[in-house]
Design a protein around this ligand. Structure first.
Ligand code: COA
Ligand code: ZN
Length: 316
């Protein structure tokens, strides 16, 4: 029987690195993205074209985009919050612009320093300006499953923002759980609703593991018919302007689980683990990845000596 195909997007060098205190040297970013290009991802979110004052860790976005070696078959996308960011991204010939705004007014103001309506005007201008070109537009909607300052967001509010962007003919929408507030029954219901109402949109789910529900939410999203997932190598990640934010779902944990369950992700767990093993050195601290610590499920251990000795006849 043919395996069900799922599409994985690596976001460690964007969502992951934006939240690190140290500036990871451009050479290291380029080397990591080049290594990630061989892992089998459908998409790599390489960096963001945000204000260098807001996100100093990614101030080298142009240089990164110009120096990476782009592998055919992998899409290279970048996060963009405004028209200025889109101009910078266009100058680097990206495959996709991933526009960002929050469905929570408070988080949008905290993160992007403008109202949601002002964000929409900026993002609409970008979408309108590239219409008819090869460039794909995705929109990442933050705090869809809850805002750390406002609490629950009404499903109707989420649907109406999706609708506003669908009318701009964007290719896709990513529904983001910015601070790990999503839970499986909520995920399944909301994503089923979005998928039913907008069948032609390319939908992606973006979960953070802040409360340990990340992979459970992935399974709920698969039940809702979602086949694209953002994940971050090592489980790095988080929005510096969302209180309490922490790492994304961890790519190698996701690949490990999906592989065991018989899904085809296209991603090599072995390659991911080799890349992930470099991260503690790059970021200067331990990383959340459980698989890096424990190894895959069948990475067996030798039995202790007393187990073998028990087989000998016991003389008392
Ligand atoms: N790239 C580079 N510089 C930018 C920029 C961009 N995309 N957008 C604005 N700037 C510069 C302006 O040119 C201006 O520079 P100057 O002071 O030298 O003249 C300065 O930043 C302020 O511009 P302004 O439009 O007033 O921006 P702001 O300070 O209100 O910030 C954002 C708005 C959206 C640019 C900023 O909040 C941001 O980049 N946020 C991203 C947050 C993020 O990535 N969070 C995590 C991901 S969810
Ligand atoms: Zn995120």
């Amino acid at each position: 029987m043919q395996k069900t195909r799922l599409y994985l997007h690596e976001v460690a060098t964007r969502d992951g690195f934006q939240n690190e205190g140290v500036f990871i040297p451009t050479d290291e970013k380029v080397a990591l993205i080049d290594a990630l290009s061989d892992c089998g991802y459908a998409k790599i979110e390489a960096t963001s074209f945000t204000s260098p004052r807001a996100i100093p860790a990614l101030r080298d976005a142009e240089e990164v985009m110009h120096r990476i070696v782009r592998k055919p078959g992998v899409e290279y996308t970048v996060l963009v919050p405004n028209v200025r960011g889109a101009e910078r991204a266009l100058s680097c010939g990206v495959d996709e612009i991933n526009l960002v705004m929050s469905v929570s007014e408070t988080h949008n103001r905290a993160n992007l320093r403008m109202t949601r309506d002002a964000s929409f005007e900026q993002l609409k201008a970008v979408a309108d300006s590239v219409k008819g070109s090869e460039l794909a537009i995705n929109v990442s909607l933050s705090t869809v499953f809850g805002c750390p300052m406002e609490g629950d967001i009404e499903a109707d509010d989420v649907l109406s923002w999706v609708d506003r962007y669908a009318r701009l003919d964007v290719r896709g929408i990513t529904l983001c759980d910015t601070t790990g507030m999503a839970y499986p029954s909520q995920v399944e219901a909301l994503l089923k609703d979005v998928k039913t109402r907008f069948p032609s949109l390319m939908l992606t789910a973006h979960f953070h593991n802040t409360r340990g529900l990340g992979l459970a939410n992935v399974l709920a999203a698969i039940n809702a018919g979602i086949d694209r997932f953002d994940a971050s190598l090592g489980g790095l990640g988080g929005c510096p302007y969302a209180p309490g934010a922490s790492g994304n779902i961890c790519t190698e944990e996701l690949v490990h689980m999906l592989e065991l369950m018989g899904y085809d992700t296209g991603v090599s767990l072995q390659h991911c683990l080799a890349c992930s093993a470099e991260l503690p050195r790059l970021v200067g601290h331990d990383i959340p990845s459980q698989i890096l610590k424990a190894g895959p499920r069948l990475a067996l251990h030798p039995a202790p000596d007393y187990v073998r000795d028990l087989e000998k006849p016991q003389v008392r």
